[in-house]
Ligand binder design. Structure first.
Ligand code: PA5
Length: 447
């Protein structure tokens, strides 16, 4: 197996090679602080050695639970929000057929999501979809008290019990939550659901390689062993023993901090394969929640190319010069499509006849890279040899490790998210939740 590859030289017209090399000591110290547990948020480092700590018994247990859901369900609803669903959706979408839900000869249940919004139409339509279907639920909430997933779980649990009977429903529900605390844990114990623990020291956005991600990915029919193996190899490559120059996580952390210092306040993650859209959503949460605090932090945004070259492309090429891009490039697609010749050639595309569609995509990628550099947009590139479980596992761990190092270089705690509480407090006050009486009075006075 190869490794995913980071290339940063197209940033060097904008920041100097020497200035990035100058991060050697800071980045290595940040990496060391992670491993020695001496930095900020050091009670949330359970993700650091997670890949190498996953044992055979755990994988077999997750696979067995997935098998039960796969054999008994047409649809499995993954309930969760933020870090409790984005990682699973990122991996499942990246590995699935783009038209997955229309496949008739399915070998795995359709995986759908709930609890990641409070849209009433979304929930109504989901309930309609599940009517008379054999469905199961994986309810994921570390705190076990988050409103969005709790609300969705209440609705879907009720529906499942009505459709299957209370006892049968219990066999089709899996809870992934804290080992002792929270309403979901209480309910799971009371009802006797199969459960998995999210360890105290693993925050939501760093939990994709825990059962939070592994169980849904296994249900969808993908190889969680390869995913973990990929992450294991990246854990080793990004370790403290690897010199700064060869450590992709340290290099990425260094160059993005230097770009940020030079005025590049926005990073866009770019893909050229639409099935990577949710990898970007996962990445946005990872970097946004980890670094966006203390009035600091690169704003993480994402685009799907070439689609967005026909919309955001204008801004990226000629808008305010505060942006740099990180491109996820897949070297070899899993399938081959050749452009056919056409006698009439009315569309003028015969110059492409016999070429792979991917060659067109790659030239779009190269042409865009050159245009963006000319337009003042530094470019970083992460190459994946192929889109499969192993390289996705590498990519996920690489981003996690780089995020920890990058946050420490920036000087923030990359493992907390105090800002997320502000909207919740207001929402509970507005909904007159018991215990929020004072806040309710205060907020109503503002309306
Ligand atoms: O990264 C995080 O910690 C958050 O995005 C959480 O994952 C999200 O808020 C959901 O929390 P919980 O799993 O407690 O329901």
């Amino acid at each position: 197996m190869q490794n995913i590859k980071l290339t940063i030289d197209k940033a060097f017209g904008f920041v100097s090679k020497e200035s990035v090399a100058g991060y050697k000591n800071t980045a290595s110290a940040a990496n060391k602080a992670l491993h020695e547990g001496t930095g900020k948020g050091n009670d949330f480092l359970g993700w650091l050695n997670l890949p190498t700590s996953i044992d055979e018994a755990h994988l077999a247990d997750v696979e067995n639970t997935a098998k039960i859901l796969r054999e008994n369900c047409e649809v499995v609803v993954v309930i969760g929000i933020g870090g409790s669903y984005l990682g699973a959706k990122a991996v499942i979408d990246a590995l699935s057929n783009s038209f997955d839900w229309l496949q008739t000869d399915r070998k795995a249940p359709v995986v759908v999501y709930a609890g990641q919004n409070i849209g009433e139409d979304y929930l109504f339509e989901l309930q309609e979809l599940l009517k008379n279907k054999k469905f199961g639920i994986i309810s994921i909430s570390k705190s076990g008290t988050t409103t969005e997933p709790a609300l969705a779980f209440r609705l879907l649990k009720t529906q499942l019990e009505q459709q299957q009977g209370k006892e049968a429903a219990k066999q089709l529900i899996v809870a992934v939550t804290d080992k002792a605390r929270g309403a979901l844990r209480t309910l799971a114990v009371q009802e006797g659901y199969k459960t998995y623990v999210i360890e105290d020291n693993i925050g939501g956005r760093y939990s994709v390689l825990s059962p939070v991600g592994l169980l849904p990915v296994a249900v969808a029919g993908f190889d969680i062993r390869q995913l973990v193996q990929g992450a294991v190899s990246m854990e080793k490559l990004c370790g403290v023993e690897t010199p700064f120059e060869d450590n992709p996580a340290a290099q990425y952390a260094a160059v993005r901090n230097e770009l940020y210092k030079s005025g590049k306040k926005i990073e866009i993650l770019v893909n050229y394969h639409p099935k990577l859209h949710f990898v970007s959503e996962w990445w946005k949460q990872l970097y946004g929640e980890s670094e966006g605090k203390d009035n600091l932090g690169i704003f993480p945004a994402a685009v799907d190319f070439t689609s967005d070259l026909h919309s955001m492309g204008q801004w990226i090429q000629e808008g305010e010069r505060t942006i740099f891009e990180t491109v996820i490039s897949v070297n070899e697609p899993n399938n081959k499509v050749l452009v056919p010749g056409d006698d009439a050639n009315l569309d003028g595309l015969n110059f492409l006849a016999g070429k792979r569609v991917d060659e067109v995509n790659k030239m779009a990628e190269l042409g865009t890279l050159l245009a963006h550099i000319d337009g003042g947009v530094p470019n970083l590139k992460i190459e994946l040899p192929k889109l499969n479980e192993f390289y996705l596992g590498q990519l996920l761990y690489f981003f996690e490790k780089a995020c920890g190092i990058s946050g420490y270089i920036l000087g923030v705690n990359p493992f907390d998210q105090p800002g997320v509480e502000a909207y919740k407090k207001n929402m509970f006050a507005l909904l007159e939740k018991p215990g929020f009486e004072e806040a309710t009075k205060a907020i109503k006075a503002r309306l």
